[in-house]
Design a protein around this ligand. Structure first.
Ligand code: 26Q
Length: 801
């Protein structure tokens, strides 16, 4: 069926028929979950033909396809995106209004698909949307976790983690199981090389564990273009023929564990066997199907790079080059050199971090135990790499630093770089730092492999879906074309001094704030006024992101108001949302402290509601859709050089928040776009931070002792002012003073306070603030992931639409 011809009446008939036939119930009696499932089924019928057609066409036309390998995908809810992209969101909403069904309630019945921790997973999901929207053939490859990122509850101020059983009673309504594409995965056991009848070495596997990888495809629907790509997620099963190997429930459970949980990112790399199994499982399954479907075209395997790109999203799938070599050489009989040449041309890698402690390394003994044959192949790759460089006469130390296997460890980033043709960072500064510092040795060896791809966001989700009132205001001002071409937002610049337009946008922000205020009241009991500045920091909790710097400033305001209750300030609501990795003690202490500080402040009548602090539990994509459009201030205050890019900064900008930022990650590019007058920048630069490292001259205790305001703030952690947080308070105090403040909070404190004062004075003038806000929206088009993915497609993967 073609959706252009779909009428509201037809939709209502389809919906009722499906509800009656499949759920045996009438609309008024159905629960939101039943209505949601029914709606999803109706939509599936609408797009199934296009999906089949797309798959057929791609294989018929022998187009090159990119496969995005990622251990995380974080799409959030899919219902509205699917409706919007099919061009029937308004039609369905109108149909529901006729049926007297609350669309919001139905939408809320969908569980977030949260198969990711944060930025990296959300970026992968954004790329899926943008690949379908731009029309490039690109498929996702990942794991179908039974439990997504943990659900966060706050109990007595502490984070408590609960399993996220996202399948619930509904299951994943969008996925389709593909039994005809299952593959087997071999783990453990022994491998030795035997000489076959042709005199060639061939590996013989002994006592290997054989598991079945079963794919589930989730459609990725392009925006109003009829394109549908696949996100393929793998689940694990025990093959029937091996069932006897798993006699007990515990044996079977150990297998199911492979796709049970998503590992939380705790930034300090810890090599867990199960994680390695997960990484290999999805990588091997993906590569096996890719080779099979390529061979169906009847083309020679040594040219597979002409039809296939495999992208390695961070090092988590970085075993890919080695596994690809294993398949090509062992299973398909290619000569090593031909296999290596096509492998390097097939693979490309994105780095998402410069924190070297977060770079993945595996203990060689563990690796050998889990993947004995892949281990041999990695040794061979490494030996050839070393021999090649030695022959070129390269410096011996350089060779040692860049090789893959050393000191009993396998360095996955090194494998990804050596085994691929492209390495990219995710913002200009980040890529420069990779070249200069983290990956400098590789930059010396392979300058041509390095390139930048600044991250992006799916603008449609953050405007048309999350901010419908804002979208309507944009329509009224510049027409609707921006919905298809986000760069049209530039036209808003012409209205930067139009009072009526500014007032309209101000009003829209007030409505979004009122919605959030209602949610805050319902979930936390805290009453906040929409006249206050909504100052927001939502992201994973990490020391380098410096939620604690935000806290220092809040404590400063607290003392200001205690000293002088009549202090002239615009009322402020500080809003936090953040999950801490369950094993990340310090991050959890910061959460506890924020909650106790919130209790202290929100219940102190003497502050006259000039100051409120709110911690919203269980921050996820759906909550972001509520929070982001309601923000006045976007806190992007990481220590310069530490945040690879950041992507929430882009979402806030697009919905008219003013960015309060250090010169880090993509903040720099945001500043370049919106102009110095429309952003508030503060703090040490990356060069200044590096200078402190080089000179070893930073001494936080000195800063603390010489700054009475700061000293009073820091002492607040340990003098009993904040109730119920004695041990957390002293842990934080120690980090800042005894352990010399690794992330330079005290160094940036004064600059941050001044920047916050500037925010206060700018906000007082509604016209000035609204102008800045409009300029941010107008210049945000640069950060569309449609453009980012176009750069990947053209510059790295060499795809055609
Ligand atoms: C690694 C090993 C074991 C367990 C977990 C992990 C793990 C999981 C997730 C390590 C890292 C992550 C996630 C990293 C991440 O989200 N990085 C962010 O990527 C964004 C997209 O490029 C950037 O915008 C952010 O700056 C970066 O922090």
């Amino acid at each position: 069926m073609t959706l252009e011809n779909l009428t509201k009446e037809q939709f209502i008939r389809d919906f009722k028929d499906t509800l009656h036939e499949e759920q045996l119930i009438k609309v008024p009696a159905a629960t939101p979950a039943e209505l949601f499932t029914t709606l999803a089924k109706v939509i599936r019928k609408y797009y199934t033909d296009s999906w089949l057609e797309r798959n057929r066409k791609l294989s018929e036309e022998q187009q090159k396809i990119a496969y995005y390998f990622s251990i995380e995908f974080l799409p959030g809810r899919m219902l509205e995106t699917n409706l919007l992209n099919l061009g029937i969101l308004d039609l369905v909403k109108a149909g529901f209004a006729d049926l007297d069904v609350d669309f919001e309630a139905v939408k809320n019945a969908e569980h977030d698909m949260a198969l990711g921790n944060g930025g990296l997973g959300r970026l992968a999901a954004a790329f899926m949307d943008s690949l379908a929207t731009t029309g490039y053939p690109g498929f996702g490859n990942g794991l179908r976790y039974k439990y997504g990122l943990f659900k966060q509850r706050i109990v007595d101020g502490y984070q408590v983690e609960l399993p996220d059983s996202w399948f619930g009673s509904i299951g994943n309504v969008w996925e389709v199981r593909k039994d005809h594409d299952v593959v087997d995965i071999k783990l453990f056991g022994d491998v030795y090389l035997a000489i076959d009848e042709n005199g060639k070495f061939s590996p013989v596997y002994k006592d290997a564990q054989v598991l079945r990888a079963v794919p589930y495809d989730v459609p990725q629907i392009g925006f109003e273009n009829g394109n549908i790509n696949n996100l393929r997620l793998w689940d694990v099963e025990i093959p029937e023929e091996y069932e006897l190997n798993y006699p007990t429930l515990a044996d079977r459970r150990a297998v199911q564990d492979i796709t049970a949980i998503l590992y939380p990112d705790d930034s300090n790399y810890e090599g867990k066997q199960l994680r390695l199994v997960q990484e290999y499982f999805m990588t091997s399954a993906g590569l096996q199907t890719i080779i099979k479907s390529y061979l169906k075209q009847g083309l020679p395997l040594e040219n597979i790079h002409e039809k296939v790109s495999v992208h390695i999203n961070d090092t988590h799938p970085a075993v890919a080059p080695a596994e690809f070599m294993r398949l090509l050489v062992d299973e398909y009989g290619l000569e090593w050199d031909a296999a290596w040449s096509t492998t390097v041309q097939t693979m490309s890698y994105t780095n998402h971090t410069i924190l070297s402690e977060a770079l993945e390394k595996w203990d060689a003994g563990l690796f050998k135990k889990v993947l004995p044959r892949v281990y041999q192949i990695i040794l061979e790759i490494d030996n050839r790499f070393v021999a090649g460089l030695a022959q070129e006469g390269r410096d011996a130390d350089l060779i040692e630093r860049t090789r893959i296997v050393k000191n009993g460890q396998i360095h996955m980033a090194n494998l990804a770089i050596i085994g691929g043709h492209s390495v990219n960072g995710v913002a200009k500064l980040h890529t420069e730092l990779l070249k200069e510092d983290t990956l400098h040795d590789f930059y010396v060896l392979y300058p041509e492999k390095f390139n930048n791809k600044t991250n992006g966001i799916v603008q449609r989700r953050w405007t048309q879906i999350a901010a419908p009132e804002l979208s309507a205001a944009i329509d009224e001002t510049i027409g609707k074309e921006w919905r298809k071409d986000i760069h049209q937002l530039k036209k808003l610049e012409a209205f930067a001094d139009d009072d009526a337009v500014l007032a309209n946008f101000y009003q829209v922000k007030q409505e979004a704030k009122a919605r959030l205020a209602k949610y805050i009241l319902e979930t936390t009991g805290v009453e906040v006024s929409t006249d206050a500045i909504f100052d927001v920091q939502v992201k994973r909790l990490h020391a380098y992101k410096r939620q604690l710097l935000n806290v220092l400033h809040i404590i400063k305001l607290y003392w200001d108001l205690k000293d002088n209750p009549d202090k002239d300030m615009v009322p402020r609501v500080f809003i936090f949302g953040a999950k801490a990795a369950p094993g990340y003690h310090f991050a959890k202490s910061v959460i506890k402290l924020i909650n106790e500080l919130a209790n202290l402040i929100n219940n102190d009548a003497s502050l006259q509601s000039k100051l409120k602090v709110v911690f919203l539990e269980n921050y996820n994509v759906s909550l972001a859709e509520l929070i982001v459009p309601a923000a006045n201030v976007s806190e992007q205050i990481s220590t310069a050089s530490k945040e690879a890019s950041g992507t929430s900064n882009m979402k806030f900008m697009m919905t008219g928040a003013i960015t309060l930022a250090t010169l880090d990650g993509a903040n720099i590019e945001i500043k370049d776009e919106c102009g110095d007058d429309n952003i508030v920048i503060f703090g040490l630069t990356k060069d200044e931070v590096y200078d402190h490292y080089a000179k070893h001259d930073y001494y936080s205790r000195g800063v603390y002792e010489n700054n009475p305001v700061l000293k009073r703030v820091v002492d607040t952690f340990i003098n009993g002012t904040i109730p119920n947080s004695q041990s957390e308070g002293s842990e934080i105090y120690d980090a800042l003073i005894t352990q010399n403040d690794e992330y330079f909070l005290l160094a940036d404190f004064d600059a941050y306070v001044s920047a916050q004062e500037r925010i206060d004075s700018l906000y007082r003038d509604q016209r000035t603030w609204s102008r800045m806000s409009l300029m941010n929206i107008a210049t945000s088009g640069k950060f569309t992931s449609d453009d980012t993915i176009t750069e990947y497609a053209e510059e790295i993967w060499n795809l055609k639409k």
